[in-house]
Design a protein around this ligand. Structure first.
Ligand code: SF4
Ligand code: SF4
Length: 435
């Protein structure tokens, strides 16, 4: 892949580029980008090929050099079809001139982050996340495991630390907190060797779970005690929650001048050589799995970004996107072994729920289609952490049923956030200390 890619120490690099890549024009929560290239154009690695359109949208770049073969709607890991640019990879692999700059001021760093198209795992462009805040929380609770399924901070801590300092400068944040899972002793050891500056501290989280997408407000509450309303974002309490991968990308954009085009992805499960590997955005899963030694037997299920909370894929033609952190491949026997049996009323799901729900009860109501009752039991408060599903000895797909109810309620009511907010565990003034 060439020297441009060799900036990380503990991550593998591709041995062979695929024949083509698929770059979705939507890798963020906003509107799809406007394509800047046409079929037949040649592109260089790092060249901007999609222009952001409005808030929540971030530019996309070619991750390889080659020729634009098609622009069409293609499968995306979100489960939808998304307008995408297909690039046939050439042999030369030339890139644009990456221009690292020195002595940058606040607005220049901000502009670099924006132009680089860095996006958080929950889909918001990082340049928007750091607007009007005074604190940054670096969510380093993800670890490289089959459950969290991503490359953790242990892999590239010094670059992430530098990226965090750039984020602080760009945003004007007075302090930053690195939130680490209390069991991640290795992360503590590595971070303590970095001699962090005085306004950056490491906070071990006493609850040993990964704060996944949807849990940003909970993370802010658990660390700072700052409450937020449903539908709100950490920014409402002047906090930015940033991920490890995007913070690395900020470092890469500022120091190496490279836009968001390479993703460290952790591949676990039923492949010949599971590993953490740096891959170009747009690489199809099937090509990535080939690089990882190929499937062991027939694949059963492919799950992206967390075994319990991630999204199951209906095809391995989907590409790696900016939010792809980990992929887990289950064998058919793994899939078959997860057969639910009746609830034994052990209440383990209740014990682990971080927002004090009654997952077993809500799941039964969801299964019966009693969505109004689910709503009155505050199903919309669920942060989709998946802990109830993990804890359940009866293997009941609690999160799946709860998500089913949430989607049904969202479709049926236009005023969910407004109606639910008065009963929120998080953000309700009448239930101080409620979680
Ligand atoms: S997924 Fe389960 S444990 Fe997590 S918040 Fe929702 S109900 Fe609670
Ligand atoms: S953990 Fe499973 S078996 Fe136990 S009460 Fe909850 S749903 Fe029932």
């Amino acid at each position: 892949m060439g020297s441009n890619y060799n900036t990380l120490e503990n991550i593998n690099f591709l041995k062979k580029l695929p024949e083509d890549v698929v770059i979705p024009l939507r890798q963020h929560k906003g509107a799809p980008c406007k394509p800047l290239v046409s079929v037949g154009d040649t592109v260089l690695a790092g060249q901007q090929i999609g222009e952001a359109v409005g808030p929540g949208s971030a530019p996309v770049h070619a991750s390889v050099s080659g020729t634009v073969a098609a622009i069409s709607e293609l499968p995306h890991p979100s489960g939808n079809k998304v307008p995408s640019i297909v690039i046939t990879v050439d042999e030369q692999q030339q890139s644009i001139e990456f221009n690292p700059l020195d002595n940058l001021d606040q607005s220049e760093i901000k502009q670099i982050i924006k132009d680089a198209g860095v996006v958080e795992i929950y889909g918001t462009p990082t340049c928007e996340v750091i607007e009007n805040i005074d604190t940054i929380i670096l969510n380093a609770t993800y670890e490289s495991s089959k459950i969290a399924g991503c490359v953790g901070i242990n892999f590239y801590s010094s670059q992430v630390y530098e990226g965090l300092k750039f984020l602080m400068k760009a945003s004007g944040a007075k302090r930053a907190i690195i939130a680490v899972n209390k069991n991640n002793k290795e992360a503590f050891r590595i971070l303590s060797n970095l001699n962090l500056q005085s306004n950056i501290r490491v906070v071990p989280l006493s609850i040993a779970y990964t704060y996944t997408t949807n849990m940003e407000n909970l993370l802010v509450y658990d660390i700072l005690g700052a409450r937020n309303q449903m539908g709100g974002t950490p920014q409402d309490v002047k906090v930015a929650v940033c991920g490890v991968n995007p913070t690395y990308e900020v470092y890469d954009a500022v120091v190496n001048g490279r836009p968001s085009m390479l993703m460290p992805v952790s591949v676990h499960g039923s492949v010949g050589n599971p590993q953490s590997i740096l891959v170009p955005v747009g690489m199809r899963f099937k090509d990535l799995f080939e690089e990882c030694g190929g499937y062991i037997g027939e694949p059963g299920k492919i799950i992206v970004n967390g075994l319990y909370t991630g999204i199951a894929q209906y095809t391995d033609e989907v590409p790696v996107v900016k939010q792809t952190a980990g992929i887990f491949i289950q064998s058919p026997s793994d899939v078959r072994s997860v057969q639910p049996v009746p609830c034994i009323n052990c209440a383990r799901c209740v014990d682990v729920c971080p927002v004090d729900m009654l997952p077993a009860r809500v799941a039964v109501l969801a299964d019966q289609g009693k969505f109004d009752e689910c709503r009155s039991m505050h199903v919309m408060n669920c942060v989709e952490c998946g802990l109830c599903t993990v804890a359940c000895p009866s293997k009941i797909p609690l999160l799946q049923l709860i998500k089913y109810a949430k989607v049904a309620i969202e479709r049926a009511y236009a005023d969910v956030a407004e109606k639910e907010s008065s009963n929120l565990t998080l953000g309700c003034a009448s239930c101080e200390g409620g979680i």
